[in-house]
Design a protein around this ligand. Structure first.
Ligand SMILES: Nc1ncnc2c1ncn2[C@@H]1O[C@H](COP(=O)(O)OP(=O)(O)OP(=O)(O)O)[C@@H](O)[C@H]1O
Ligand SMILES: [Mg+2]
Length: 501
């Protein structure tokens, strides 16, 4: 009987489930948006129950869509929005508070404090990260400091703090497995990149008790079996977990050191495979675990995280009503010759790599009486490409590797105008694969390797096919002058927000 792999991608904007056949084709899919709330400026929350429900629903729908018997599903892969933090009761599985989403900036002052007095050096060298509000550890600490009685419960191990993967695993196994994978754990500020375990000095610095954390396991292993009564009658091994960006790197078959992918979603995340050596002591980039297999050394990546790209397009849609649908930006961008010298720095959640300024805020410069929605839409797409160009520059400078092609994926990789402009401002080709569903595919591939549906990575490598390749067409001078102007605009966005009194 042929076998299939189910994968669930729990993202910030929505949850996608896919069923993948042995030949690598996606034979069933389902998608559901998930809600977020913005209770104060800079705060972003989600309901952990919504995240869980969306996984149950989309998984069942994808299996129905594929029309395959449940018994033919060999394993479940999970991939997820990273850093988003959930706290729940270890016994009952009830959430203790709303999930604090990765984009949330409420811990900016706390992060700055953690970075002082040698903290930054410890964080960089041990965890590969930076003292920034982005990372899960700061969000755990905030909950510990603000939810009544939580610290005592945490110290007694009565609650669990975890990223979304571990939350889903608890629910899927009804508490039989309290574990996270090594790629997600590498986003908490609390894990030692080399030992792949929680680190006592980091735990002490950030102020999170070990008793409240899940176990760290390799990405490729059997985490447990799903409980059919809560998971749409499916009883399958959870056989692979990767953070969404690591899953995309895997699906893009960036298995060799020096290969780079950029995923254009809510934010944009450029990762370079650096092999089995973690590359730390960088300035603007993060060192992160790319994937972990049982009894093999972990593989690492250098990462440039841009916090707001596709979500700026959503802002045009939902708040300014310049468009009804993200794809309309492409037609609008081509309807004008230029932005009319308008630049939009979408620092809606501060700036990530390479600036790391949580106090930056969205800034539009160069508006004149003739500026239209089309100019603004074009400036938004340009900002996505400029931010990624900044990251690529730092990635090359810090790694010493000259990158010769950028593998692109994610929702906005469907925008041909954006991909061409991206190639233009980085001066190297942008290569888009046939399937831009890379996150769910990456975790499906991993779960399929764990369960023996596929034999090795060479088999996966052969599956990646280019759908379209964009060659750079802009002159070197023009590229330099556009980037100069962009950097002027970035300067104007910085340091705007104030700490709350
Ligand atoms: N044609 C398009 N042009 C520009 N932006 C687009 C286009 N299509 C989608 N987007 C943007 O891409 C994002 C959705 O892409 P994708 O589904 O990959 O996001 P994601 O980051 O995976 O979401 P999540 O955070 O839920 O995982 C949205 O922010 C949307 O505004
Ligand atoms: Mg995603």
């Amino acid at each position: 009987m042929s076998r299939f792999v189910l994968a669930v991608d729990q993202g910030t904007t929505g949850t996608t489930a896919v069923v993948v056949a042995e030949d690598g084709r996606i034979v069933g899919t389902a998608y559901q948006e998930v809600r977020a709330s913005y209770p104060r400026p800079g705060w972003v929350e989600q309901d952990p129950e919504d995240l869980w429900r969306s996984c149950v629903d989309t998984a069942a729908q994808a299996v129905a869509d594929a029309g395959v018997p449940r018994s033919a599903i060999a394993g479940l892969g999970i991939t997820n929005q990273r850093e988003t933090t959930v706290c729940w009761d270890r016994r009952t599985g009830e959430p203790v508070a709303p999930a604090i989403v990765w984009q949330d900036r409420r811990t900016a002052a706390l992060a700055r404090q953690l970075g002082s007095a040698g903290g930054e050096e410890l964080i960089r060298s041990r965890s590969g990260l930076l003292p920034d509000a982005y990372f899960a550890g700061t969000k755990m600490r905030w909950l510990l400091d603000t939810v009544d009685g939580l610290r005592g419960r945490a110290e007694h191990g009565e609650v669990v703090f975890g990223t979304v993967d571990s939350w889903l695993v608890w629910r899927l196994t009804h508490g039989a497995t309290v574990a996270t994978d090594v790629t997600n754990a590498s986003r908490t500020l609390l894990m030692d990149l080399r030992t792949l375990d929680w680190d006592d000095e980091l735990l002490e610095l950030v102020g999170v008790p070990r008793a409240a954390l899940p176990d760290i396991r390799p990405s490729s292993c059997v985490f447990g079996e799903t409980v059919p009564s809560t998971f749409g009658d499916l009883e399958v091994p959870i056989a692979g977990i990767l953070g969404d960006q690591q899953a995309a790197l895997f699906a893009q078959a960036c298995f060799e050191p020096g290969q780079v992918k950029n995923t254009y979603g809510t934010g944009s995340f450029m990762l370079m495979n650096t092999g089995t050596t973690p590359f730390t002591g960088q300035h603007a980039l993060l060192t992160t675990v790319a994937v972990g297999f049982v009894d093999e050394p972990a593989e690492y990546a250098l990462e440039g995280s841009v916090l707001v790209t596709g979500s700026a397009v959503q802002w045009l849609r939902d708040e300014l009503h310049v468009i009804d649908d993200a794809a309309e930006t492409e037609g609008l961008a081509t309807s004008v010759d230029s932005t009319g010298d308008v630049f939009f720095v979408p620092a809606l959640a501060g700036l990530g790599a390479p600036y790391w300024d949580p106090y930056a805020r969205g800034t539009i410069v160069g508006i004149s009486r003739g500026t239209t929605g089309a100019h603004l839409a074009r400036a938004t797409l340009e900002s996505i490409a400029f931010q990624s160009a900044d990251v690529l520059g730092v990635l090359q400078a810090e790694s010493g590797v000259e990158v010769t092609e950028l593998r692109a994926d994610g929702g906005a990789a469907a925008n041909g105008w954006l991909m061409q402009f991206q190639a233009d401002v980085i001066g190297i080709p942008v290569d888009v694969p046939e399937s831009v569903q890379t996150t769910s595919l990456g975790s499906a591939y991993l779960a399929g390797l764990t369960t023996g549906v596929w034999s090795d990575r060479d088999e996966l490598q052969r599956r990646r096919r280019t759908a379209r390749r964009y060659e750079p067409a802009m002159s070197v001078d023009e590229r330099a002058s556009r980037l100069d102007r962009w950097h002027d605009a970035v300067d104007r966005s910085r340091g705007w927000a104030r700490d709350e009194p």
